[in-house]
Design a protein around this ligand. Structure first.
Ligand SMILES: [Zn+2]
Ligand SMILES: [Zn+2]
Length: 815
């Protein structure tokens, strides 16, 4: 082939690679190669591949191919996260069955991945919506159920009125549904939860094992788990004798408590309202807030509240303070009751001003006097404790530990830790998900479906339109079942699982995807895992990554895996945006990758993604490809590479010394760049090399060594062009993707050295090898340090030193 024509070479190689089984991972325990598990976050089949896929998988594929060329046995699998709401919503809109829609999209994406030349081991392909897969999702649910880690409770939930389903806390972004943006409301429902809170501390402690994670992702998880240290203190209700615990991070402000507040859902609220003669007012507020629910944020900022007519006794000083119920206190955090310290907490301050409550300063900034009557905001900085009984004059917040010690001695409280993390709500009132494998028996309650009866198959003939209850509840053939414990009539659970349950363990399944006896083969998992490199979007910083870490710890506790972190190394690619904004239908700025692949080739699409900038940075497509009619720069470059390698292959002469040096320097640099995801820098180094090759060839020199190295180094990033050059042009029988990554000669790669002449009074006294880039100052020092030069100088004084860096230094002595 004379000219570089991707439409001719790319489809040809897709077929040959598949025929040769080039990317199949070897499970042979005799295979002595080190194993490398290159994992990409699997795809959601919402249509054909989009730009985000093209970006993420271009990078992930470099990782896998580079590892293979460096001699690893590489596992690089692909699958589909195929259950979930978007499929269901799209199917409803199009009048199709979610299954039909989902599997059609999977086939489309699979074709596109093949066309892109991704180095997947297709024999391990999985779909979470296949019964062969979700059977094990259900099995894992039951393992958690057995261990008390899956349980049901009635709780206020985040309800999306548009999607007619509950959402996990993690799926509520600024009070709105993560999927559709509708404002989330509160609704009391009986739901299934996973007890991730049991693992809160381990999820924090094990962060030490995340050897290479983006710092911001670690920080986001740490904040999400939200560990806080403080004290638990017990207040007594004066009128009823009820004892109520509160958690505070500021026990040093206990003497500043002037009121006490319950969350709306606290079980004591109506009882206390009755005792205080305030049930009418309290009930009116509860009813009103139930009818017009607030988002979490509105709730947190609301100054509303109703006094319950009873009093709480402050254990540190015996004071009786008024008790309220108010929406700004959240049942989900702490104990659902708080002590009000308006002088030192901003939300308490706002509430006190609204309700004309006393404000008492108990921490004074040093040398100043805060006056409760004129304060305009709470004071929450350092100071000295005042009005605080035994602690007057002690510096705060250093005093917190002493106060806790004192509370413990007095039997008034104890040290305590709380977490912001809540249990993971996993049940959904929607159709397209894995059924929860539980049977409800009037006599036996929640009964696990026996292992041999798994999977609980999701029926196809279901009216799946959302209606507030689970669509499966309308399917009698599904619902009515005999209790596994007693055989009497019972009902199946009709909720389905959150799709994040499906994606919390898929990377284990890839290790032994065909296993019909187990979720995964522990021996294979031990050989392949933990994952060597995980690549995917930062949008999964909390949900998927936190849940996967949790699942792995549970499996560790079950003795099924020997490690506690599944992904010690994580790389987030940047988003692909357009004109400074994210791509979206409503903005009409979506660019589809596959038509561009058809037009310019998959290698060009890959190089455009990899060359656009640092891999973790955003790519603005409008900036890198403003005009799709114009041939992209990287495509033209591939054409020049093709021509240069072809010319070099026909030339018998050896590469000149300078080109050899550049070749070896490039190998050294590109190797390091690929190790560090600096794909853009690697490509520019290859461009320098190909330009130099061209110059040498044009002046009649040879460049075969350079051409060979270039084809090898191009292989992870432009796999088609590299293969064509390697096999068809350079005549190698084996695939470039099975060839060894080029090594470099240290001496050749080293920076150029020159000989520096040292003269004393014009006579040559020494010759020193120096780096060509040595500075004038360094040359002078080297010359004056030379033994030979110093002998020639003898005891004479030095007049001046003339430096012509890096080749000459002349020392002139004073006479
Ligand atoms: Zn929604
Ligand atoms: Zn029963």
């Amino acid at each position: 082939m004379r000219r570089y024509d991707p439409s001719e070479i790319e489809p040809k190689w897709v077929e040959r690679w598949e025929r040769e089984g080039l990317y199949r991972a070897s499970d042979d325990p005799e295979d002595g190669r080190a194993r490398f598990y290159a994992l990409d976050m699997f795809s959601y089949p919402s249509g054909d591949l989009h730009m985000g896929h093209a970006e993420a998988f271009s990078g992930g594929d470099v990782v896998a191919r580079f590892a293979a060329m460096r001699g690893h046995n590489v596992l690089h699998p692909i699958g589909w996260d195929a259950f979930g709401l978007p499929a269901e919503n799209a199917a409803i809109k199009r009048g199709k069955h979610p299954k039909e829609w989902t599997y059609a999209n999977i086939e489309q994406q699979a074709r596109s991945f093949r066309r892109m030349g991704m180095s997947f081991d297709w024999t391990r392909r999985l779909h979470t919506s296949d019964p062969e897969y979700y059977r094990w999702t259900q099995w894992l649910f039951l393992k958690l159920f057995e261990r008390g880690l899956a349980y049901r409770k009635t709780a206020p939930t985040n309800w999306c009125p548009n999607d007619a389903t509950v959402l996990a806390n993690e799926q509520v972004i600024n009070g709105a549904c993560e999927r559709c943006g509708t404002a989330v409301v509160r609704k009391d429902l009986t739901q299934w939860f996973f007890k991730i809170t049991d693992y809160a501390q381990r999820l924090l402690d094990d962060m030490d094992e995340l050897v290479d994670w983006p710092e911001r992702v670690v920080t986001m998880q740490r904040n999400w788990i939200g560990r806080s240290e403080g004290a638990q203190v017990t207040f007594e209700i004066a009128e009823t004798g009820d004892r109520v615990d509160v958690f505070t991070t500021r026990p040093d402000t206990l003497w500043g408590v002037t009121f006490f507040v319950f969350a709306l859902e606290h079980p004591l609220v109506m009882k206390l309202a009755e005792a205080g003669g305030a049930s009418t007012e309290a009930k009116a507020m509860l009813d009103r807030l139930q009818a017009t629910p607030l988002t979490n944020r509105e709730q947190a900022e609301s100054p509303e509240g109703v006094p319950l007519g009873v009093h709480a006794v402050n254990p540190v000083n015996g004071e009786r303070v008024p008790v309220f119920v108010a929406p700004y206190v959240l049942m989900e955090y702490g104990t659902g009751a708080v002590m009000g310290v308006p002088a030192h907490d901003q939300r308490d301050f706002g509430f006190a001003r609204e309700h004309d409550l006393q404000i008492r300063v108990v921490v004074q900034p040093e040398g100043q006097e805060r006056d409760a009557g004129t304060m305009t905001e709470a004071y929450n900085h350092e100071g000295v404790m005042v009005n605080s009984g035994p602690f007057d004059g002690v510096r705060s917040p250093g005093s917190i530990d002493y106060v806790i010690e004192w509370l413990q001695e007095q039997g008034k409280g104890s040290a305590a830790v709380t977490y912001r993390l809540r249990d993971w709500l996993i049940s959904r009132q929607r159709y397209w998900g894995a059924p929860i494998p539980i049977v409800h028996c009037p006599e036996h309650g929640e009964v696990a479906v026996p292992d041999e009866d798994l999977p609980v198959v999701l029926p196809v003939d279901v009216d799946f339109r959302p209606g507030g209850e689970s669509p499966l509840a309308r399917h009698e053939g599904f619902v009515d079942v005999a209790c596994p414990a007693c055989g009497k009539p019972a009902k199946r659970d009709t909720d389905t699982m959150d799709t994040f349950v499906d994606s919390s363990w898929y990377y284990f399944r890839y290790c032994s995807p065909g296993d019909e006896e187990r979720a995964f083969d522990p021996d294979e998992v031990a050989r392949w895992m933990p994952v060597s490199q995980y690549t995917g979007g930062v949008e999964h910083a909390i949900l998927h990554l936190l849940y996967s870490r949790f699942f792995t710890k549970v499996l560790y506790d079950m003795g099924l895996v020997g490690f506690t972190e599944p992904f010690p190394r994580l790389m987030n690619q940047g988003q692909v945006i357009y004109g400074g904004a994210s791509m979206s239908k409503s903005k009409g700025n979506i660019v589809e990758p596959m038509p561009l692949v058809e037009r310019w080739g998959a290698d060009t699409m890959r190089l455009m993604m990899l060359f656009a900038g640092p891999f973790e940075d955003e790519i603005d497509w409008k900036l890198i490809a403003p005009d799709h009619e114009r041939r992209p720069g990287v495509s033209a470059w591939l054409g020049r590479v093709h021509a240069a390698v072809r010319d070099a292959a026909e030339r018998a002469a050896a590469d000149p010394e300078e080109l050899r040096r550049l070749t070896h320097r490039t190998i050294e640099g590109v190797t390091e760049d690929l190790e560090r995801f600096r794909f853009n820098v690697a490509i520019s180094k290859l461009q320098v090399l190909s330009n130099e090759m061209r110059a040498v060839l044009d002046s009649g020199g040879g460049a075969r060594e350079a051409a060979t190295a270039l084809a090898l180094m191009l292989a992870p990033m432009a796999p088609f062009a590299a293969e064509e050059l390697w096999r068809e042009v350079l005549g190698n029988p084996e695939s470039v993707h099975r060839s060894a990554w080029p090594s470099f000669d240290l001496a050749l790669a080293a920076v150029e050295r020159v000989t520096m002449v040292v003269q004393v009074d014009g006579k040559v006294r020494d010759r020193i090898e120096v780096d060509a880039a040595t500075s004038e100052e360094a040359c002078r020092e080297l010359a004056l340090a030379s033994e030979n030069a110093r002998r020639a100088i003898g005891g004479r004084e030095i007049g001046k030193v003339i430096v012509r860096a890096p080749r000459l230094v002349n020392v002139v002595t004073a006479r």
